[in-house]
Design a protein around this ligand. Structure first.
Ligand SMILES: Cc1cc2nc3c(=O)[nH]c(=O)nc-3n(C[C@H](O)[C@H](O)[C@H](O)COP(=O)(O)O)c2cc1C
Length: 174
């Protein structure tokens, strides 16, 4: 496993238009002392400036499962899913792991890693019963959902994390 000197925040990016602004969250998190690892869904790669985010974080953007011989990334101390799509939220709630982003999310509640989800979902989708059920199921697993983020959703998501976590269990699977 590659160890990082400091607390590691996984910023998990899914494919909403606002993903293009996630660099602001990176900067805010770094200013707060986090080492940031970007994990993007494959669809989100079309929305982000991968090279710019790698320059800012000093780490490769991860969007696929590693090959068995490749080193593990640093363990996450916390995760923010931002922006979180309808698709990724519903799959996270269902325990589906068909993207690397969902794979790391699937384990997080069981490992005691705090997870904040910042949905970017339009009113038509947000009104759907499966979506509302997903939010309830995620809350039941201790996942925090930011529904009314105000003027600065990135800042609000970071604030929701609150104090630094400690003592999360190690993952051996991803
Ligand atoms: C320009 C554009 C903007 C989109 N914005 C959103 C959005 O804000 N929220 C959302 O849930 N889906 C949005 N979508 C649809 C998602 O990209 C699509 O459901 C995708 O399969 C999500 O994949 P992911 O959850 O693996 O990232 C958008 C699609 C496009 C083409």
């Amino acid at each position: 496993m590659t160890e990082a000197a400091g607390d590691v925040l996984y910023v998990i990016v899914s494919a909403a238009e606002s993903a293009s602004g996630v660099g602001e969250l990176v900067t805010l998190a770094q200013d707060a002392g986090w080492i940031v690892q970007i994990v993007a869904t494959p669809s989100a790669l079309a929305f982000i400036d991968e090279a710019e985010l790698e320059r800012r974080t000093g780490r490769p953007v991860r969007s696929r499962y590693r090959k068995p011989h490749e080193p593990k990334p640093p363990r996450a101390d916390a995760m923010i899913v931002a922006p979180a799509t309808f698709n990724t939220i519903n799959k996270f709630a269902q325990g589906i792991t068909d993207t690397y982003a969902l794979g790391v999310l699937a384990e997080a509640p069981g490992l005691g890693i705090p997870v904040v989800v910042l949905p970017f979902v339009n009113d038509a989708l947000a009104a759907r019963t499966p979506y509302r059920r997903s939010l309830d199921d995620l809350r039941a697993d201790g996942v925090r959902i930011v529904l009314d983020p105000g003027d600065n959703p990135w800042q609000r998501a970071l604030e929701e994390l609150g104090a630094r976590p400690s003592g999360a269990l190690a993952s051996d699977t991803v």
